[in-house]
Write a new protein. Structure first.
Length: 73
């Protein structure tokens, strides 16, 4: 496994970030790196319904998830 180094900009920054992924792709190979990066940065990892078009395809659940994350940042 390649060690994940925290970029200096993120480590020294004062901004709060959250990484996100699709809830239905929890076991996808793109999902795992995001959860690992979030853990390494001590950041939140949020899961949202739907894909790239979620705001149009499932607007209410997507908006509820987005409001929840925004309220915690």
């Amino acid at each position: 496994m390649i060690p994940l180094e925290v970029p200096v900009v993120l480590a020294a920054g004062t901004d709060t970030i959250a990484l996100a992924g699709r809830a239905d792709l929890r076991h996808n190979s793109f999902h795992r790196p995001c959860t690992a990066i979030a853990a390494r940065l001590d950041a939140e990892f949020a899961e949202f319904p739907g894909g790239h078009l979620a705001p149009m395809e499932v607007p209410a659940p997507f908006a509820a998830g987005r409001r929840g994350v925004s309220g915690r940042l």
